[in-house]
Design a protein around this ligand. Structure first.
Ligand SMILES: [Zn+2]
Length: 424
């Protein structure tokens, strides 16, 4: 436990009107002690020598559990769509204009995306990449991340060989002090063959520290294709020249299909789940799979709104993500929380905040370092300025917080918090 005498030895204590540890209810008139970049204690009441931040709420950095930083250069280039396939067509066309994944425009936009995420209070990301170009960028920026090296292959010849080759690419990214961990992930049930799913799952089983991710139950076109093998997706695959008569429609929901393949469990993130029904959600709960909801992106790409209240009512573990700047206007997780709050008024702000912190960190395999204010965890903390009247601080935090209301505390690259920033 934190002891008062520790204050003399490199412990900094911050006092705030509110502290949200996440694993316990909000603390009014609280403090957090930080020692060598880690949380040394949290509590309430008088703390002589504390740096008084005043009318702010201290909370753990948010976790963006699903984004694609390498697509940041597509911001504003892919219009919102009423039909998912229209959006897919537009993004595929836009990506074809930049054939070199190391195009300076791509790298510069990704760097800016990382800084935008940080400025809006995000301290850990789940970043999907087809090229691994974001790994050194995240490391240079000291942004903690789980990078999902995403494989696509509906008609893949040699799944085990593909996975082996991908593993080689991951190994060559090396290691660094920044906590950026890379794992393999399949794109989606309609773009990855059963054999490639199995090969990726074997790789996951062989790497106990890894977690994986899959886009699942996003569009109605996916539902039709996995159930009956027909519709717009089949046309897309045929147009791309990868359709194969060897593929048999599973005749099931996407969740049932991947559960039957043995792919889903507590080490896999199911991204979107917009089209999931009660049976699917019950299955995901039983498997311990975390759903990553991206409500703003869902609306932008034309797949409708996710059943967020049902996720919580069914007891599914929920995290949030922004998805990429090709389908959302910014990487501010507080904007995602505000969208979720509007769609799910019966879900308490406390549960939404827990999803955007602790649940996301756990799902990404960073539960010991991030996601709550607990002794021993990294001091990745933010302070959000509060208005004069914020009786319900949790409600306020899910009402739409913008970057100028946020300041990092402690050992973030932005430097220590200057208390005067928060005196109004
Ligand atoms: Zn995505």
């Amino acid at each position: 436990m934190f002891r008062r005498s520790d204050i003399r030895v490199a412990v900094i204590v911050y006092r705030a009107d509110w502290v949200l540890p996440i694993d316990t209810p909000p603390i009014r008139d609280g403090w957090v002690a930080i020692e060598r970049g880690c949380i040394a204690g949290v509590g309430s009441g008088q703390t002589p020598g504390a740096i008084d931040l005043g009318r702010v709420a201290i909370l753990p950095a948010l976790v963006n559990a699903h984004t694609h930083l390498e697509l940041s250069y597509l911001r504003g280039r892919v219009p919102a769509a009423d039909r998912f396939l229209d959006w897919i067509g537009a993004i595929m066309a836009a990506r074809r204009q930049f054939s070199d994944p190391r195009d300076p425009a791509i790298l510069q936009a990704a760097r800016a995306g990382i800084e935008e995420a940080r400025a809006s209070g995000t301290g850990l990301v789940g970043d999907v990449s087809n090229t691994l170009v974001t790994v050194p960028l995240l490391r240079d920026a000291a942004m903690a991340a789980r990078v999902f090296y995403e494989l696509i292959g509906f008609n893949a010849d040699d799944p085990a060989g593909r996975v082996l080759e991908a593993r080689g690419h991951i190994d060559r990214t090396g290691a660094s002090e920044a906590d950026v961990r890379v794992a393999l992930a399949p794109h989606a049930p309609y773009s990855v063959s059963p054999g490639l799913f199995s090969a990726i799952r074997e790789d996951l089983d062989a790497h106990p520290g890894d977690v994986s991710s899959v886009h699942l139950g996003e569009s109605l076109e996916e539902v039709e294709f996995i159930d009956r093998g027909t519709g717009g997706w089949r046309d897309v695959l045929t147009g791309l020249g990868v359709w194969t008569e060897a593929w048999r429609a599973p005749g099931a929901s996407s969740v049932q299909y991947l559960a039957d393949l043995g792919f889903l469990d507590s080490r896999v993130l199911a991204v979107h789940a917009v089209q999931c029904d009660g049976d699917d959600l019950s299955r995901l709960r039983t498997l311990g799979t975390t759903v990553v909801s991206c409500p703003r992106s869902n609306r932008y790409v034309g797949v409708g709104d996710p059943p967020i209240e049902a996720f919580y009512a069914m007891g599914v573990s929920v995290a949030f993500g922004t998805d990429s700047l090709a389908s959302v206007q910014d990487l501010n997780m507080f904007g995602e929380l505000a969208a979720a709050r509007r769609l799910a008024p019966r879900v308490s702000p406390r549960h939404l905040l827990e999803s955007a912190t602790r649940s996301g960190a756990r799902a990404l395999g960073f539960g010991k370092q991030f996601g709550s204010i607990e002794e021993g965890k990294q001091a990745a903390l933010i302070a959000v300025r509060l208005p004069e009247r914020a009786d319900d601080v949790e409600e306020y935090l899910v009402s739409g917080i913008t970057p100028e209301m946020i300041q990092w505390i402690g050992p973030s690259p932005g430097g220590p918090l200057a208390p005067s920033h928060h005196r109004t």
